[in-house]
Ligand binder design. Sequence first.
Ligand code: UTP
Length: 294
Amino acid sequence: MKRVRKAVFPVAGLGTRFLPATKAVPKEMLTVVDRPVIQYVVDEAKEAGIEHFIFVTGRNKTVIEDHFDVQFELYNTLAQRGKDDQLAKLQQLQPTPGQTSYTRQQVPLGLGHAVWCARDLVGDEPFALLLPDMIMQSDRGCLKDMVELYARTANNIIAVQECDPAEAHKYGIVGKGRDAHTGFEITGMVEKPKQGTAPSNLYINGRYILQPEIFSILEKQERGAGNEIQLTDAMLKLADSQAFYGYHFKGRTFDCGSPEGFVEANVAFALWRSDMRPRLADTIEQLVEESKSR
Ligand code: UTP
């Protein structure tokens, strides 16, 4: 069984739900507390043992590349000013030379198409796929547990979480079969099911481990929902010949592609910081109280 060494981060979406913030700044570079959203996702991949980080970028996204590059002037200035702690923190986040690759999705034709753009960089091996606008809060990274499940099952793994059944039509939903190892067998998948038709309330939360055969399916893929090339449609086809397992993630997921999810993520991650919690908790309480009279 081949190990999961590479991760793909599709960052070519337009981020229209977050305009005007995302007109000039990629949504992946908006900050949650003091780190850009993309950093959380890359850190999750690192924690899971990923060795190579593949970004599928688009126009106006070069700042993401800059973020993961060495900034000589800044590093020198920090060193000269004796700000060793800050310098060490930056260097610790820095990928090592050759650990990152970038390719462009020239036209945003959908998530399935973005993943297909990474085919040559991934090659003939299983890979992790992390949607960078979904960030997770938990003691153990979601992908780390998925890699462990993969070691027991091989094949394909999709992370899921429960949603309000009335909201299921907004997500990709999986059907749940028998429990297997630390996950379960996936019996079906549907992208944004019509209301009342969802096979469960387990939604796909943006973390996958996929086999490379997905690329030959995506190559022939026709457009699906929203006139986009859909990853879920391709996974459904792959499920005809390969098993898919679900990993039920028990932490929290924040959709930072939407203003609400982004604000919630900021509050949640700040409250997990011991240096911020006491003051922030008090302020939130006061603000909630004051807002009641508005
Ligand atoms: P989303 O649909 O959440 O991203 O795609 P979006 O299209 O940027 O968002 P809105 O709806 O306009 O606000 C999920 C992930 O897939 C990537 C996005 O960057 C996001 O991480 N994506 C989507 C691509 O890389 N290319 C695409 O053509 C579409």
